[in-house]
Design a protein around this ligand. Structure first.
Ligand code: BES
Ligand code: ZN
Length: 409
């Protein structure tokens, strides 16, 4: 049961810019100590509390949290107390998790390339930073939208920049469903990066989370190159502002609520290219759906050739938590055990060089993501590839005919 009471822990919180955050109770003392402008406890449950702090204290709270817990904030920022206490609930109808589209999955898997993923990570991490308030962060949204638009070769497939009130925008690529368009599948990752120094920091974020965005990009590229037509609608989402409290994914949830969107599943790809442990894919058990995770295990075993294990973040570590809060089955396949995680994230050292300039580890996640899209989206690949085959065959025949006629003469 929730203890619904309001206590002011420290001095006045009548700040110009209050920020409402949900935080683990274990992290509460650290937060109090770092909140120099005061802190108000608004609500306390068994594991987590909702507090109000001054916006200006957020960077130091994050920093102290990093020291004390080796995590970087771990706090969900809410626009209002009401939303913090009563998370938005989305419509989400239950789905059957079946594996019956092996022909389509097997046709696209060989087309996925680690080199393409590595190139995208290189391009994204070459930007100064992708901070949600910076000019380069805004530019990253435009850059990605343009890349995704280059894949959208048939009418109906759309790429949108979604404005949540910051310079950086979320980017959404939609492949509309054919027969069950009202059931939406979300495959996401966060576009923003962060490091000390905020707006002007050098924050390459190659692993966190250019790797996830590059993995998404490869999945979308291959699906659209094969003219894939899912029964259910698939949305690829690059969220803005994850690093400051899951702002982008929560804003998307709010938009979906307004549109009464039915979201049947969400997959989060946040950090896919650093092989820190002895197995490839680690499914985070907390803030995720056990049923959808069991489906992912089947997909990993059937299609990826990757090894896997289960682990936990220990807190709402990424955007999957926004979907879980909203009542949508969500999963977070992760690159290593938590204990073996990449220690260079949120610094200038989070570069592709740390993964030898390669994206072989991320490729396993791209394979999983494409299998998830097709086995949950159902539907068919288009004629595109068979057309190309016919063209090749025709060229071959012409060539052979030419050879024969030259011989004959
Ligand atoms: N990619 C990280 C989450 C992560 C880091 C998961 C290391 C597992 C191991 C994410 O971008 C992040 O930094 N999240 C914040 C929490 C968020 C709610 C602000 C964090 O880890 O503190
Ligand atoms: Zn991060």
């Amino acid at each position: 049961m929730r203890l619904a009471f309001v206590v002011l822990l420290a001095a006045s919180t009548a700040s110009a810019a209050p920020a409402i955050i949900s935080i683990g109770n274990d992290a509460l003392p650290t937060t109090v100590a770092a909140a120099h402008h005061g802190l108000g406890l608004l609500d306390r449950e068994r594991d987590a509390s909702v507090v109000v702090v001054d916006d200006a204290d957020l960077p130091e709270i994050s920093e102290e949290m990093h020291h004390a817990f080796h995590r970087c904030g771990g706090m969900i920022q809410s626009p209002s107390l009401d939303e913090a206490l009563h998370p938005i609930q989305l419509r989400s109808t239950a789905v059957d998790y079946t594996l019956d589209h092996a022909a389509a999955v097997d046709a696209v898997l060989p087309q996925m390339k680690a080199t393409t993923i590595a190139k995208t990570i290189g391009e994204l991490s070459a930007m100064q930073n992708r901070y949600y308030k910076s000019a380069s962060g805004a530019e990253a949204s435009n850059w990605l939208a343009e890349r995704w638009r280059s894949f959208a070769t048939r009418p109906g497939v759309t790429v949108q920049l979604v404005d949540h009130g910051y310079p950086q925008k979320s980017v959404v690529l939609t492949i509309p469903g054919t027969t069950r368009a009202g059931e939406v599948i979300v495959i996401g990752g966060h576009l923003d990066s962060i490091a000390m120094g905020g707006l002007s920091a050098n924050a390459p974020g190659a692993d966190d989370d250019a790797s996830g965005i590059a993995t998404l990009t490869e999945i979308a590229r291959v699906l659209l190159a094969n003219d894939y037509r899912p029964e259910r609608t698939i949305k690829f989402i690059a969220y803005e502002a994850e690093e400051v409290g899951l702002l982008g994914s929560q804003a998307i949830v709010r938009d979906f609520k307004r549109a009464n969107t039915n979201v049947v599943g969400a997959l989060q790809l946040d950090m896919t290219n650093y092989r820190g442990s002895n197995k490839d894919i680690w499914l985070m058990k907390d803030f995720t759906s056990a049923a959808q995770n069991a489906f992912l295990v089947k997909l990993i075993e059937a299609y990826t050739g990757a090894t896997w294990g289960m682990d936990a973040c220990g807190y709402a570590c990424s955007d999957h938590a926004s979907w879980t809060r909203a009542g949508v089955p969500a999963s977070m396949p992760f690159e290593s055990r938590m204990a073996d995680r990449n220690k260079h994230i949120h610094t200038g050292k989070d570069t592709l060089a740390l993964s030898n300039g390669e994206a072989t580890h991320a490729l396993a996640f791209a394979r999983l993501g494409v299998a998830y899209a097709i086995e949950l989206g159902k539907g068919e690949l288009g004629e595109h590839d068979s057309h190309q085959l016919w063209q090749l065959l025709a060229l071959g025949l012409l060539g052979a005919a030419g050879l024969l006629s030259r011989r004959a003469s």
